[in-house]
Design a protein around this ligand. Structure first.
Ligand SMILES: [Zn+2]
Length: 326
């Protein structure tokens, strides 16, 4: 028999991590959703997993000294993350050698606090669903269009991870406009190869546009808004493909709301208009009115999601432990 269980995990502060190919951010997420002690360092991905883990543990150590009452660690990480043990099952070249890293176990051992890990885009979607534009909605599809194209489907506060933890790879569905374009996944003709930020810039150059030394996709957006026909065509072709893909996903998943985030979602009215046109082309009548809106959780979305994920996991484990004790 067990006494009344005091659940400290739902109202606790969490040391949260957003670990991507270019930078690592940590911050303490408090029960009211505020984030304190945020610090960001470059990932230095080329140095390999051991150096990255050492930096991460050191960052978390500093943060924990500031927020000693934090009792959990939540990590959103690049790569496909094993749902049971928080290890990295596979990863792209963004972090060479990252696959096989026992991320959550390593951090748990070094920090002496339970750590839980999920994919960074899943964390982002969860944060947006619970603390952003999806707040109060029964289900939400997030699509993030930035350096890559990713997404996540959240229903009843749970992000769909999938049987092999790969769910949500919205960038890797075929779109006719991308036919023949090589994709980061090794295949071709996928949405990401046409509509991500870098892909939009590349499409502009392929079509004969000249950008000189400018690496920034925003220059294409600026020219489109200034009325340049080529830039306008490139931008709207990508955005319409995003919209058509969303329309198809809405037909499959029927989310209450669709939320768009990432750099391209900040590209302005022309981009949004083309997305809405694309959705209208594909969404079936019953779901044609599904709201498609900008994200609102901001830059901390993945930290917030990782924190909530760790609270949920810790609570589930403590319930199981109670039942075992009894
Ligand atoms: Zn692909």
């Amino acid at each position: 028999m067990t006494g009344p269980h005091v659940d400290r995990t739902q109202d606790c502060s969490v040391l949260a991590v957003d670990l991507g190919g270019t930078k690592i951010t940590v911050g303490a997420v408090h029960p009211d959703g505020t984030v304190t002690g945020k610090r960001t360092i470059p990932t230095g991905a080329e140095r390999g997993p051991e150096a990255i883990l050492a930096d991460l543990v050191s960052l978390l150590g500093c943060l924990h000294a500031e927020v000693p009452d934090a009792v959990l660690i939540g990590i959103g990480s690049a790569g496909v993350v094993g749902p049971s043990d928080g290890s990295i099952l596979s990863a792209t070249d963004a972090i060479p050698g990252w696959a096989g890293t026992p991320l959550a176990t390593h951090v748990t051992d070094r920090m002496g606090l339970p750590a839980y890990a999920l994919n960074d885009v899943h964390a982002h979607a969860l944060g947006e669903a619970r603390r952003g534009a999806g707040d109060g909605r029964a289900s939400m599809l997030m699509v993030a269009v930035g350096t890559g194209v990713g997404g996540g489907f959240v229903q009843d506060g749970q992000v769909l991870v999938g049987h092999r933890a790969v769910a949500g790879h919205v960038g890797h569905i075929p779109v006719p406009e991308a036919a023949g374009l090589p994709c980061t996944c090794g295949r071709s003709g996928h949405l990401e190869a046409l509509a991500s930020g870098p892909a939009t810039r590349a499409a502009y150059l392929r079509a004969g546009g000249e950008l000189g030394d400018t690496e920034d996709t925003r220059e294409v957006v600026r020219r489109a808004e200034a009325g340049e026909q080529l830039a306008l065509e490139v931008l709207t072709t990508g955005a319409r493909a995003v919209g058509r893909s969303i329309g198809a996903l809405v037909n499959v998943l029927d989310p209450e709301i669709v939320v768009l985030s990432g750099g391209m979602a900040g590209a302005g009215e022309l981009w949004w208009q083309a997305v809405h046109e694309g959705v209208a082309l594909e969404a079936m009548d019953r779901v044609a009115g599904t709201a498609v809106v900008p994200a609102t959780a901001g830059a901390d979305a993945a930290l917030l999601g990782a924190a909530d994920f760790s609270r949920d996991r810790a609570r589930t484990e403590s319930i199981h432990a109670d039942h075992t004790d009894a």
